[in-house]
Design a protein around this ligand. Structure first.
Ligand SMILES: NC(=O)C1=CN([C@@H]2O[C@H](COP(=O)(O)OP(=O)(O)OC[C@H]3O[C@@H](n4cnc5c(N)ncnc54)[C@H](OP(=O)(O)O)[C@@H]3O)[C@@H](O)[C@H]2O)C=CC1
Ligand SMILES: CCCCCCCCCCCCCCCC(=O)[C@@H](N)CO
Length: 299
C-alpha cells in the first residue's frame, strides 16, 4: 500500500494518481474530509483493475503522534503494510522576518518538519522488519537555498533534508530507500494561497524559475522513489541546484557522483551570477519603496 500525506490536493493528489495508475492501493491523509472524498473520486477514475482501493484518513499530521500512529495502524490493517510513504502535507507562508509572527515559525516547523517525522516514525518499524520500503519527503527548491521572504518556510524545508540524510544512513541496510524532492513553484491550490501574501521581492526572485505543473512534478517524484534515488528534482535549474548543494548527501549511482564532481565549479560560477541578480532585485525593491514613501509624504 502507498500512503500519501497531503494527498487530497496539489502535488500530493497527483502523486496518488500516479501510483494508482500503476495499480497501487492508496491511503490519503489530510484534514479536510470533503477535500479527501473529492480527491478519492478523482483518483478512482484512473483505476487499472477493479480490486484497487482508495482509503481516506482525516488527521492532522503535525499535532499528536499517538493519533498519527493509530490511524496508520488502522490503514495497515485494512490495506496491508505501507511499502511507500510520501510525506507531502505542508504549507508555505512568506513575509519579511520582522513581519512574520513567531507563531508562523512554530506552525511551519510543526507542519512541514514534524508532520514528516510522525508518519515516517509510524511506518519505519514495519518497513525494517519486512526489509522493503520507500520514504519520500517533499522539500522544495527553497529547501536548497534561502530566499528573501522565506525565513520560516526555508528553514522548515532545510530541516527535512537533515532528517532524510540521517535516516537514509540508518535504513539502507534494511533495503529502505529515502527520496527528497525539491520542486520549484508548482501550480497548485497551495501555491495560489501562498501568492496572496508573497512579498514582491520573493515573487520576482522566484520568477527566475518557471512554474511547473503538479502532474509533471508528481511523475518525477514517483519515478525517483521507485528507482530509490535520494534526490528528486525537476528541470535544468533543479538539476543545477541539486548538484551544487549535494554536500554530504548519499549518492545513488557512480554517474551521479561523477556528474557532481565535474559540474560543481561551473554551477557555483553560474550561482554567483544568480545571487548577484537576487541582491539587486532586493535593492531595487527597497529603493522603489523609499521613493513611493517620499511621494506619499509630499502628496
Ligand atoms: N506548490 C508549490 O509551489 C510547491 C510546493 N512544495 C511542497 O509540496 C507540498 C504540497 O504542496 P501543494 O500541493 O502546493 O499544497 P496544497 O496546499 O495544494 O495541498 C496541501 C495538502 O496537504 C494537506 N495538509 C496541510 N496541512 C496538513 C496537516 N497539518 N495535516 C494533514 N494534512 C495537511 C492538505 O489538506 P488539508 O488542508 O485538508 O489538511 C492538502 O491535502 C508542500 O509540502 C509544499 O511545501 C514544494 C515546492 C513547491
Ligand atoms: C546553479 C544555480 C541555479 C540557481 C537557480 C536559482 C533558482 C531560485 C528560485 C527558487 C524558487 C523557490 C521556489 C520555492 C517553491 C515553494 O516551495 C513554494 N512555492 C511553496 O508553495
Amino acid at each position: 500500500m502507498k500512503e500519501v500525506t497531503g494527498g487530497s490536493s496539489g502535488i500530493g493528489k497527483c502523486i496518488a494518481i500516479e501510483c494508482y495508475k500503476q495499480g497501487a492501493f492508496i491511503t490519503l491523509v489530510a484534514r479536510n474530509e470533503d477535500k479527501l472524498l473529492q480527491a478519492k473520486k478523482e483518483i478512482e477514475k484512473h483505476s487499472i483493475n477493479d480490486k484497487q482501493v482508495v482509503l481516506c484518513i482525516s488527521v492532522d499530521v503535525s499535532q499528536d503522534y499517538s493519533q498519527v500512529e493509530n490511524v496508520i495502524k488502522q490503514a495497515q490493517e485494512k490495506l496491508g503494510p505501507v511499502d511507500m510513504l510520501v510525506n507531502c502535507a505542508g504549507m508555505s507562508l512568506s513575509g519579511k522576518f520582522e513581519d512574520l509572527e513567531v507563531s508562523t515559525f512554530e506552525r511551519l516547523m510543526s507542519v512541514n518538519y514534524l508532520g514528516s517525522v510522525y508518519p515516517s516514525r509510524a511506518v519505519i518499524t514495519t518497513m525494517k522488519e519486512r526489509r522493503v520500503g520507500r520514504i519520500v519527503f517533499v522539500s522544495s527548491q527553497a529547501g536548497q537555498l534561502g530566499l528573501f521572504g522565506f525565513t520560516a518556510y526555508s528553514s522548515s524545508k532545510f530541516a527535512i533534508r537533515g532528517l532524510a540524510e540521517a535516516l537514509q544512513m540508518e535504513v539502507k541496510p534494511y533495503n529502505i530507500y529515502v527520496t527528497v524532492a525539491y520542486p520549484p513553484d508548482t501550480d497548485t491550490p497551495g501555491f495560489a494561497e501562498e501568492n496572496k501574501t508573497k512579498p514582491l521581492e520573493t515573487r520576482l526572485i522566484s520568477e527566475t524559475v518557471s512554474v511547473c505543473k503538479p502532474e509533471q512534478v508528481a511523475k518525477q517524484i514517483v519515478k525517483d522513489a521507485i528507482q530509490g534515488n535520494f534526490n528528486s528534482s525537476i528541470g535544468s535549474d533543479g538539476y543545477m541546484l541539486s548538484s551544487l548543494t549535494c554536500g554530504m548527501a548519499p549518492v545513488t549511482s557512480i554517474t551521479e557522483g561523477l556528474q557532481q564532481v565535474v559540474t560543481m565549479g561551473l554551477f557555483r560560477t553560474i550561482a554567483l551570477f544568480y545571487l548577484g541578480s537576487f541582491d539587486s532585485i532586493v535593492r531595487r525593491c527597497m529603493m522603489q519603496r523609499a521613493k513611493s514613501e517620499i511621494a506619499d509624504k509630499t502628496a
